[in-house]
Write a protein that binds this ligand. Sequence first.
Ligand code: SAM
Length: 183
Amino acid sequence: MSTFTFLLEGLRNLRTTGTLTRSSTALCLAALDRIDFSTARTIVELGAGDGVITEHILKRLHPDGKVIAFEVSPELCDDMRAIGDPRLVVAQDSAENIREWLDRIGADKADHIVSAIPFAALPKDLGRAIVKAAKDNLRSGGCYNQVHYSLKTKGYYEEAFGKVETTRVWKNLPPAWVLYCNK
Ligand SMILES: C[S@@+](CC[C@H](N)C(=O)[O-])C[C@H]1O[C@@H](n2cnc3c(N)ncnc32)[C@H](O)[C@@H]1O
C-alpha cells in the first residue's frame, strides 16, 4: 500500500486507525528492538495496518516461524494477504481474541508481541482487555513492545507488566514513542 492510500484509509477510519501515516523504517526497527529472532517462533502483531512492521518481522523471522497479524480493517487485511508469505497469518479480528488465533496455529503462547493499536482512541475497557489478553498469552521472558504517539495510556502497560521502559523515535511523522515491557 502506498503512503497515499494509507492516508485515505486513515481519513476514512481515523477513530480506529489513530494516524494518517504508516510507521517509518526507524519506528518499525525500534518496535522490533529486544526481540530475539534467533529463538522466536511465534510473534503476534496487534494493529498491523497494511503490514509495514510485519514485513520487517518476516525479513528476520525463522523459516519455521509464524506471525499472527491482527487488523480490523478489511482493506488493510487485503494488503497484508498480498504479501503472500506462508508464515504470515492475517487475523481479520479484534486483538482481544489472541487466544483463539494462537490455538488455530497450535501455539501455546506468543514468544513476543508487537502492537501499534491506538489505545488512546479506543474505549478504556477494550484497551485494557486487549493488553490483558496480550499479557496472558505471552510466554514468560517474552517482550511486549507498543508503538504510540503519546504516553497517555502508559498506565495500561504498567498495570499489566509493572515496569515499562520508553524510547522516543524522532525519525517518524509525527515523532513517536515505543514502550517496552517484559513478562
Ligand atoms: C496506528 S495504525 C498502525 C499501522 C501499522 N502497524 C503501522 O505501524 O504503520 C493502528 C492500526 O490498528 C488497527 N486497530 C485498531 N483497533 C484494533 C483492534 N481492536 N484490533 C486489531 N487492530 C486494531 C487500526 O485499524 C490500524 O490499522
